[in-house]
Every structure is written in structure tokens, then in C-alpha cells.
Write a protein that binds this ligand. Structure first.
Ligand code: UDX
Length: 429
């Protein structure tokens, strides 16, 4: 099939290269000339496993091309996917400016029946907004259909998730449009859920908000564990064995970050407000998430007797392993707090360092956990990269100024650290 994908961020680029790999003719469009230039050379603007390989293969095989023109894309495709950013606006609600601008461009360019797919995470009712933009621009109703087809990929495993989705959600008003997407995704062999537009839009927000709720719930339980002497790892295992609950997203830690969960939780709270429902539960989910990091930093501060003149070593900066994304990363909140109270920070991250450098040029960036440990008053695990999992604790103990480790992701073995003479602190046990 002939598909155009507008926007080459995580969702757009991954979708584009995967659809090309499946044998579709795909045009990926971006309005950033630098990105377009790099993509044409096979260089992705994001770090994501397998994307570069699929990009190069797609370009070489002629199934994928990169363009800066929505007009060119519209002329040469039957399906146009809108995958531009919807960052949180000043009030926390998603900013729809880019989606609306793309819809206006499409309206000017459409010459034959086209299925317009909203892949960006957009609030309930956005499909209707896009439809209205086209109708107001004079496009005849029989020339297009708007479909919601939200993406559930996770950063770090985005290609795998796109190739093996648990489900494909298609929200459409017309059967013809829904059938086109069913055909497009047929090679994946995944279950398809066809709904109305609003339900599909809400499935995305409800799913991400539910995942955030699960994490905040176990993090709240971790606090009860700390107060009662229970172990949150055992509690999560026991809970997760109940199939109605499930064992995923029950890993207690510093809380959730990234480009989706924080944005979508706020987005759904705002949608509730707009529609007249006060989603208090989600506000609590968000508050618990903030306090989870703050409480851990408070514990560290108390243990060190304040941050003034202290050096803290941070392991990991990305919001989670296998990505260079630092959007809503816990590292940023932690660094800000330590610096504001007169402390110094030494840090290491396999790939997110360059992004954090732009926010905090004043901290020391190092290549390994051992370099970070050297002379630090405490070592703090923020992101559970595999590089930081199997450390030589005798060596770390020798390098640290004070033998203190705060494990924000519950990955280390208390016994092993204590054997090396290290004082171990974690979350929920
Ligand atoms: C998420 C959704 O999983 C995905 O379906 C959606 O399309 C985009 O948002 P992503 O943000 O890439 O994906 O990361 P995810 O793996 O879901 O982790 C989100 C955050 O939760 C990370 O900060 C992670 O560290 C944290 N997390 C995750 C926990 O603290 N505990 C867990 O048990 C799981």
C-alpha cells in the first residue's frame, strides 16, 4: 500500500520504517531540513535499536523515501498518518498546533480519496477537529475519512513493539477506512479492535494512565513496606501472580517518566476537566509519582547530613534504559535538588549524557560507574542500564569516599553490597 507518515519522531519514524519493511511504499515527511537531510543519508535523529538498520534497508530497497513536502506525500499515498508531536501546553493539555497545521496542509493537497490517520496521542474529539479542518477548507466529505490508530510502542523496544503489538486499535466512522487499515496491518497477525473515533482516542490515554496508576500504586505500597518492614519485591510478586492483576508494571522505584506517561496522565486529567469530571484518582497517581523521587532524595540528604560540600555519584540519566530520552527523567529532578542545596554531581550514562549536558553543563560526566564512584559521598542508581547491574562492589567500596549506595531501581543484592562493607539503601525494603 502507499502510505505517508508526517513527522519523524519516535512514533512516526518507527512506524514508517516498519511499514516499509513490510513491503509498503512509504514516504516519511518532516519539516525540519536538517532531519530530512540526515534521514536521506540513513541517519535517524533518535536513538532507538534497529531503526537505523531498517531505515537504511528501506531506502536502499526503494520502499522508503524521505520528503519535506506534505503535498508530494499526499499525491503519492492512499493513507496519510499524522505522527507529529503533541507536547503538553502551558496548562498540561496536549498542544494540538502541529496536528492542526498538518491537517490544513493535507486539506490543500488532497487529490484523491485518502484515509487520514491520527497516530499522535490526541485528546478525545481530535479526530472530529481534523475532519472539520478539512471540511472547512472545502474538501468534499467523500474524499477522505479520519481514523484514530493510536500507537503503543515503548522507547527502547519500539521496533519490536510495532512488529508485535498486543492489539491494533482502529477508531473509524466508515467501514471502508477501517478496512484499509485492517489490510495494512494484516501481515502482523495481531488482534484488531475496531471502535468509534472517540473510544480509540480514549483507549490510548486510558492505557497509559492505567500503567502509571499501577506503578504509582506499587510505589505507594513500597512506602507502606518501608514503614512496616515488608519487602515490596515479595509483595509485587505475590500480587502479580494473580492473573487479574498481572506481574508487569509492578516494579517499585523512583517512579515513571518519559515522553508518554507523564503527558498522558496530565492530558486525561485535563480532558476530564474539559468535560466536567474531576479525575481525582489520576491527580493522586501523579502526586505519588513526584513524591516518590522527592522522598528518596530526602532520605539521601538526611543520611549525608545535607548536600552542602557533598559529591553524589549518579548512575544513569535517561528516563529508562536503552534510550537517550531524558524527557521527565528522574535524573533531572535529582540533579536540580542536589545542586540547589550546594552539592556536586558526578554522573554517567551510556547514551543520554549529551542531552543532559545541555541542561546541566556544570556537572561532571564520566565514562563508567567506577569513575563516578571515585571520591563520591554516595552512589545513586537512577536508571537500571545493564552496564550498572553487575558491578564489582569491592572495587566500588575502595573508590567511594563514604561507602553508601542508594538504589533507586531495586536491582542490587543487599547481601553482596554489605559483604563489601557498603551501606545499602533502597525503596520498599
Ligand atoms: C509507555 C507505554 O508503555 C507505551 O505503551 C506507550 O506507547 C508510551 O509510553 P515508554 O514511555 O517508552 O512507554 O516506557 P515504559 O517502558 O512504559 O516505562 C515508563 C516509565 O515507567 C519509565 O520511567 C520506567 O522506568 C517506569 N516504570 C515502568 C516503573 O517505574 N516501573 C515499572 O514496573 C515499569
Amino acid at each position: 500500500m502507499r502510505v505517508a507518515v508526517i513527522g519523524t519522531g519516535y512514533v512516526g519514524l518507527v512506524t514508517g520504517v516498519v511499514l516499509a519493511q513490510l513491503g509498503n511504499h512509504v514516504i516519511c515527511v518532516d519539516n525540519d531540513p536538517e532531519k530530512v537531510k540526515k534521514l536521506r543519508q540513513g541517519i535517524p535523529p533518535i536513538y532507538e535499536p534497529d531503526v537505523e538498520d531498517l531505515l537504511k534497508k528501506g531506502l536502499a530497497a526503494g520502499f522508503l523515501c524521505i520528503s519535506d513536502s506534505i503535498e508530494e506525500a499526499a499525491e503519492n499515498s492512499d493513507i496519510i498518518m499524522i505522527a507529529v508531536g503533541t507536547p503538553p501546553g502551558f496548562d498540561g493539555a496536549p498542544d494540538m498546533t502541529a496536528v492542526k497545521a498538518v491537517a490544513s496542509e493535507i486539506a490543500k493537497s488532497i487529490k484523491h480519496y485518502t484515509v487520514i490517520v491520527n497516530k499522535s496521542t490526541v485528546p478525545v474529539g481530535s479526530g472530529d477537529v481534523v475532519e472539520k479542518i478539512l471540511l472547512d477548507a472545502g474538501v468534499k466529505p467523500d474524499m477522505f475519512d479520519v481514523v484514530s490508530n493510536p500507537e503503543f510502542l515503548r522507547e527502547g523496544s519500539a521496533v519490536y513493539d510495532t512488529l508485535h503489538p498486543d492489539r491494533i486499535v482502529i477508531g473509524a466512522k466508515s467501514k471502508e477506512a477501517a478496512d484499509k487499515l485492517v489490510e495494512l496491518y494484516h501481515p502482523l497477525g495481531s488482534p484488531v479492535h475496531i471502535t468509534d473515533l472517540a473510544s480509540a482516542e480514549l483507549i490510548k490515554y486510558a492505557s497509559n494512565s492505567f500503567l502509571a496508576t499501577k506503578i504509582s500504586f506499587i510505589n505507594a505500597i513500597s512506602r507502606i513496606c518501608e514503614l512496616s518492614g515488608a519487602n515490596v519485591g515479595d509483595v509485587a510478586k505475590g500480587m502479580g501472580a494473580d492473573r487479574r492483576i498481572g506481574d508487569q508494571f509492578l516494579q517499585a522505584g523512583l517512579g515513571w517518566g518519559g515522553s508518554c506517561l507523564p503527558k498522558d496522565v496530565q492530558g486525561l486529567i485535563k480532558t476530564g476537566e474539559r468535560l466536567g469530571y474531576n479525575f481525582e484518582l489520576l491527580q493522586a497517581v501523579s502526586d505519588i509519582n513526584e513524591d516518590q523521587t522527592a522522598n528518596f532524595v530526602r532520605r539521601l540528604e538526611r543520611r549525608l547530613g545535607g548536600f552542602e560540600e557533598k559529591t553524589i555519584g549518579l548512575l544513569g540519566l535517561a528516563f529508562k534504559p536503552n534510550t537517550d530520552d531524558i524527557r521527565d527523567a528522574k535524573s533531572l529532578v535529582i540533579i536540580k535538588e542536589i545542586l540547589s542545596k550546594g552539592g556536586k554531581v558526578r554522573a554517567s550514562d551510556p547514551i543520554a549524557e549529551k542531552n543532559v549536558r545541555q541542561v546541566f553543563p556544570q556537572i561532571t560526566y564520566l565514562k563508567s560507574a567506577y569513575e563516578v564512584a571515585k571520591g563520591s559521598d554516595a552512589l545513586l542508581l537512577v536508571t537500571e542500564w545493564s552496564e550498572f547491574r553487575g558491578l564489582d562492589w569491592d572495587m566500588i567500596a575502595l573508590l567511594l569516599k563514604q561507602k553508601i549506595v542508594f538504589d533507586g531501581r531495586r536491582v542490587y543484592d543487599r547481601g553482596a553490597l554489605e559483604k563489601s562493607g557498603i551501606e545499602y539503601h533502597t525503596i520498599g525494603s
